[in-house]
Design a protein around this ligand. Structure first.
Ligand SMILES: Nc1ncnc2c1ncn2[C@@H]1O[C@H](COP(=O)(O)OP(=O)(O)O)[C@@H](O)[C@H]1O
Ligand SMILES: O=C(O)C(=O)C[C@H](O)[C@H](O)COP(=O)(O)O
Length: 306
């Protein structure tokens, strides 16, 4: 196996904009500061994994506009193998604007530009079959399904950071070993707000391990023999952009390290919370030393309902 994790998903250039308050309709607010960062659920998780020492390859796509070279350069600088990615001539790159006010509440508008997305036939199967784990975000639907099938046959763990509900996800879920989703996803997908019911229902649909995250309320983890909740680490939150992406990268790290689920869940909650103390996703990632220091010194409450 050449790769710990092969990722397939959307990549966007985030324009992060700090405001004192969100403008009301038809009003204006002045920008305090702004920054550009490369984001997207899979690339962000992979950068986290790469910085923690995992070998990662990213299968993604971008346009040949001014952002294309920036995306390729920054992801390569994070040691992601981009052999299976492409810049498609005549298209524009994914882009998002994230507005963050002083209470860390965000408003996001995103434009993923599906015209350059990888189709199933564009997938480099030789990369997918060399992976211990394949990490997906559900876009594009047919390509993710194809990748999940190849990965499953090759014996890799298939992982999904569900984010928001996307078309065809119900076909993908039976192939999953690991599924991470925010609370808003279960409301949309299962039409329930009950975390215990949702966890049990998702486990029945395929994955061996399900996590459900809920911002300051922490996260839940479900396996056949575990029902766990970990509280969120109290932090001074500046920006929650990508907290779920970082959580799923850290979760996958614990799984690949074969840690007990309790340690894995705490590690993911701490990593995601530390990210919230800084602006953005990639540039806000904590180091292993920072995460371990909190893990050793702060007692996070972990409850169990077996
Ligand atoms: N304000 C916060 N303080 C501490 N931890 C947080 C905060 N927001 C998010 N987290 C951590 O990040 C995880 C993912 O955040 P969440 O908001 O649920 O996902 P998403 O970014 O997908 O909306 C949470 O389960 C929690 O552990
Ligand atoms: O802008 C970024 O860097 C992000 O990727 C932030 C979020 O994680 C995605 O916006 C989630 O996207 P969905 O999976 O479609 O819900």
């Amino acid at each position: 196996m050449n790769y710990d994790v092969v990722g397939l998903g959307t990549v966007v250039v985030d324009h992060l904009v700090l405001l004192s308050h969100h403008p009301v309709q038809d009003a204006k607010t002045n920008i305090i500061s702004d920054a550009y960062q490369i984001g997207g659920p899979v690339p962000t998780a992979q950068v986290m994994l790469s910085r923690l020492g995992k070998q990662c390859a990213f299968l993604g796509s971008w346009g040949d506009d001014q952002y294309g070279p920036l995306i390729a350069e920054e992801l390569a600088a994070e040691n992601l193998d981009l052999t299976g990615s492409r810049q498609l001539p005549g298209t524009r790159s994914g882009y998002a604007q994230v507005w963050i006010d002083e209470s860390a509440s965000t408003r996001t508008i995103a434009c993923y530009r599906p015209e350059h997305w990888l189709q199933p036939a564009d997938l480099d199967e030789s990369i997918l079959t060399q992976a211990h784990a394949v990490h997906l975000d559900g876009w594009p639907q047919a390509t993710c399904l194809h990748a999940a099938q190849i990965a499953q046959q090759a014996g890799a763990k298939v992982c999904l950071d569900a984010g928001s509900l996307k078309p065809g996800m119900e076909e993908l879920i039976p192939y999953l070993n690991v599924m991470n989703c925010p609370r808003r996803f279960i409301t949309e997908y299962l039409d329930t707000d009950d975390i215990q019911t949702a966890g049990a229902e998702l486990l029945q649909q395929g994955p061996d391990l399900v996590t459900i995250t809920d911002g300051v309320n922490g996260a839940w983890l479900f396996t056949e023999s575990n029902r766990l909740h970990c509280e969120a680490l109290p932090v001074l939150s500046l920006d929650t952009t990508g907290a779920g992406d970082v959580f799923s990268g850290a979760l996958l790290y614990g799984i690949l390290e074969d840690w007990p689920v309790e340690r894995t869940l705490k590690f993911a909650c701490i990593t995601a919370a530390l990210k919230c103390e800084r602006l953005g996703n990639r540039e806000a990632l904590p180091t292993l030393a920072e995460i371990e220091a909190v893990l050793q010194t702060k007692k996070l409450r972990l409850s169990r309902w077996d």
